[in-house]
Design a protein around this ligand. Structure first.
Ligand SMILES: Nc1ncnc2c1ncn2[C@@H]1O[C@H](COP(=O)(O)OP(=O)(O)OP(=O)(O)O)[C@@H](O)[C@H]1O
Length: 516
């Protein structure tokens, strides 16, 4: 075989895999060959069947029919441990880390055998340096941002010395710089003869990084292409089956009353949910979208927690929602002021994984006075709202009312956004609105937020996707080391200026000395 051709041989191959969930065919005779030394993209809309395929490749799910070949030989992976033992490593979108443990303790749990933690920490350091990933072995995972947690997962996987590394949307929470670092890592891995299966909704990075791409649509194999020979539009068309809309730019409507006023907001780091906040000032008025850019772990999580009421502050006046001092209010009281919140982590924070979707609707709507009255849950308005979300936000899933954990990542995100938007908020705070969401759904979410703003809602978007902020925010501020820069109109800033501020340019420039 391989002697006569230049094609590197397949390390791992899926041959006509089919997987059904009840009546839904999540993978319908899907084939895919991942070769040594290549980065292979797996593309498809939300719900196209990518995660299902990946789960079959690593033994987390068993196919109903079809087979797997490892180096050309049929193989069955009854569980993830057996695929790992053969060198198939996966970094999933949803992480499996324990918050209360340190990085090195988490890594130890995922590796076979026992090693002293100090030895393992040294191995982590070596891996981190070799592949340019920033991870500190002795930090507690609960303190880390999503981006940092993702790097922990990648390091944990690399320590298992995989021959095939599957990365499920690895860049969705990374800054451009961090993504560049990851691309270098991926190039190093393939240069070492490993294969990388790269799942991403970001078509520009797929075009840059990947040697081949397999496109799925509706659970079926659509095409295998050379992404470098394709355009953004042609790839999107293969995935969606139609042209992808762009987000409309800001409408020129007059701004209304301030909906969120943050004045001299300070917060001590609590040791578990990350950084402290230093003298944050921000005003968002009805009708505008303000974006907050920044590298993960610079206080965005603390800011979200303190704006949503998951953490309260002594100084009630430091957070004002529609004229009401709200610093001491919890999430339900803030929601009663018609504020809506969409946290970064959708499974576990925004949605309870083991509750069905309709019960997840209840989580943020119980105080609205329509679904719960006189302490009684009224199932019919609850279901009406649930259906409205599913229909209005094109949330796709199998079954009638599945548990949240059964939804694909992007569909769960559309559900969570829909749940908040349909509460008709006057202020909505969204952390990473389109993480893991395909191009057309991302455009839909941005357009929805844009429309809400046009209808008089104030929108605050925290995003590590700079392109996203430049595309649809009216003003952009940057978070760095717990400080927030003054938001500037998007047309008066640039990628470079934002990038500099993200790296803490205020310090480099000597502006404002060190924290008091
Ligand atoms: N365990 C399950 N039970 C029932 N349905 C499921 C299950 N897992 C996935 N599905 C359904 O199978 C379909 C494919 O989902 P999958 O997660 O593979 O899509 P995806 O391409 O990875 O999407 P995304 O980009 O949103 O992560 C979806 O309609 C999803 O709701």
């Amino acid at each position: 075989m391989g002697e006569t051709s230049h094609r590197p041989k397949s390390l791992l191959e899926a041959v006509e895999l089919t997987k059904r969930f009840g009546s839904l065919v999540a993978n319908d005779r899907v084939s895919l060959a991942i070769r040594a030394g290549e980065t292979h993209a797996l593309l498809g809309e939300n719900g196209a069947g990518k995660s299902t395929l990946v789960k079959m490749l690593c033994g987390l799910l068993q196919p109903d029919s079809g087979e797997l070949l490892y180096e050309g030989v049929p193989v069955v992976f009854p569980d993830p441990a057996s695929s790992r033992a053969r060198g198939v490593g996966v970094v999933f979108q949803h992480f499996a880390l324990f918050d209360a443990m340190t990085v090195v303790e988490n890594v130890a749990l995922g590796l076979p055998g026992h090693q002293p933690l100090s030895v393992l920490a040294a191995r982590i350091d070596a891996c981190v340096h070799r592949y340019g990933l920033e991870v500190e072995p002795y930090r507690r995972v609960g303190e880390l941002s999503v981006g940092e947690r993702q790097r922990v997962e990648i390091v944990r996987c690399l320590l298992g010395d995989p021959r095939v590394l599957i990365l499920d949307e690895p860049t969705s929470v990374l800054t451009p710089d961090e993504s560049e670092n990851l691309f270098r890592t991926v190039d190093l891995l393939t240069a070492e003869g490993r294969a990388v299966l790269f799942i991403s909704h970001k078509l520009d990075e797929v075009r840059r990084l990947c040697h081949r791409a397999t496109v799925l649509r509706g659970g079926r194999f659509i095409a295998e292409v050379d992404p470098q020979q394709e355009s953004f539009a042609s790839l999107a068309r293969l995935m969606v089956g139609a042209d992808v809309p762009r987000t409309p730019r800001a409408a020129t409507h007059a701004l209304g009353e301030p909906r969120l006023l943050v004045r001299h907001l300070n917060l001590a780091g609590d040791g578990s949910r990350g950084s402290a906040l230093h003298d944050i000032n921000l005003e968002i008025r009805a009708g505008e979208i303000v974006g907050i850019a920044g590298v993960a772990g610079n206080g965005q999580t603390a800011l979200f927690d303190v704006l949503s009421g998951e953490r309260t502050v002594q100084d009630r006046e430091s957070i004002v929602i529609s004229t009401v001092p709200a610093g001491g209010f919890g999430p339900t009281e803030r929601r009663a002021l018609r504020a809506g919140f969409v946290p970064e982590e959708r499974l576990g924070h925004a949605a309870a994984p083991d509750l069905c979707l309709s019960d997840n609707v209840l989580l943020t709507t119980h105080g609205d006075g329509q679904i719960v009255t006189a302490d009684i849950i009224r199932r019919s308005p609850l279901f009406a709202r649930f259906k409205q979300i599913v229909k209005g936000f094109d949330v796709r899933f199998g079954g009638k009312d599945p548990k949240a954990r059964r939804l694909s990542g992007g569909n769960l995100q559309k559900f969570v956004i829909g749940r908040e938007v349909l509460r008709d908020p006057v202020l909505i705070v969204v952390d990473q609105p389109t993480w893991g969401v395909d191009a057309s759904a991302a455009a839909f979410i941005r357009t929805t937020l844009r429309q809400r703003a046009a209808e008089g809602c104030a929108v605050l978007v925290v995003s590590q996707d700079l392109d996203e902020l430049l595309e649809f925010a009216d003003r952009i501020a940057v978070m760095s080391e717990g400080r927030l820069t003054e938001p500037v109109p998007v047309e008066e800033t640039s990628r470079e200026a934002i990038g500099l501020a993200m790296g803490g340019a205020h310090r480099a420039a000597g502006e404002g000395s060190h924290a008091a």
